[in-house]
Design a protein around this ligand. Structure first.
Ligand code: OAD
Length: 253
């Protein structure tokens, strides 16, 4: 990538009044967490999402589904934020310090953005660290060890052995949390610079955010080592790993 592209994006970043960043599984790949789609160890290459990531799968086989999400929960607790996560936290700090706005919308459920120091983070696909009682709807944050039983019994409904915990993530066929959708809509309303980082841009409604930014003529930047359906239409396509390119951007902002 010519340095002039990096310099142009850095200049746009310094000028922006409201930066919106959308991240996906690719930003956590350099922390050792698998992406969903991709050639090698991708989760959906090894597992059928319809057997693990739908309300029907949970109703049919809650043991298998909760074991798999608990395995991912423990993996993400063991993972560390990488230079890509940290660069985004730094970009937020630089942007808000000069009085401009910064919003991070993430499809990731691993909480690594929070752990890297990002503040205005919106987990639009929920969190793997918050589980929900199927009877009371109450949220529960499990301690940092694997559950002992699968499906995990609910701590809120001892009188009902059928009350269990489900992961607080959004499954296929479920709506996004309404507060996350509202925040995303608000952010998109006044955004003037949009970064799409580490996402295959195939899952809606998240993939629709960049479509909106492109349609409105915002400056759009995609950071992804592989092409995606939006690569041809964004203003800048950066074929690089997030953990390598984002720190270079931050040094120029
Ligand atoms: P995907 O696995 O679909 O896409 C990850 C993207 O990250 C791919 O396009 C990779 O090329 C790219 N990538 C890999 N390593 C990278 C790196 N070091 N830096 C930058 N990019 C890198 O993940 P998502 O787009 O997040 O939803 O998937 C969206 C949703 O589909 C997920 O939230 C999940 C999944 O099914 C649900 O489970 C509901």
């Amino acid at each position: 990538m010519p340095d002039s592209v990096l310099a142009a994006i850095a200049a746009a970043t310094r000028r922006a009044r409201h930066i919106v960043v959308l991240t996906g599984a690719g930003i956590s790949a350099e922390s050792g967490l698998s992406t969903f789609r991709g050639p090698r160890d991708a989760l959906w290459s090894k597992h059928d999402p319809m057997q693990l990531a739908t309300p029907e799968a949970f109703a049919r086989d809650p043991e298998t589904v909760t074991r798999w999400y608990d395995w991912r929960r423990i993996n993400s607790l063991a993972a560390q934020p990488n230079p890509g996560h940290i660069a985004l936290a730094q970009l937020e700090a630089l942007t808000t310090a000069r009085g401009d706005r910064f919003a991070l919308l993430t499809q990731n459920v691993d909480r690594l953005h929070h752990r890297a120091g990002s503040r205005n983070v919106h987990e639009i696909h929920g969190s793997i660290h918050v589980w929900r009682c199927t009877r009371t709807g109450r949220d529960f944050e499990p301690p940092p060890e694997p559950f002992m039983r699968f499906p995990p019994p609910s701590p809120f409904a001892h009188d009902d052995p059928r009350a269990i915990l489900r992961p607080g993530v959004v499954w296929f066929g479920e709506p996004l949390p309404s507060d996350a959708l509202r925040t995303a809509a608000d952010a998109m309303e006044s955004c003037d610079l949009f970064f799409s980082i580490g996402t295959s841009s195939v899952v809606f409604p998240a993939a629709g955010f960049i479509e909106r930014a492109i349609a409105r003529g915002d400056i759009t930047v995609e950071v992804n080592p592989e092409p995606t359906p939006i690569s041809q239409r964004v203003a800048h396509t950066i074929r690089a790993k997030a953990g390598e390119w984002l720190p270079m951007l931050v040094t120029l902002v």
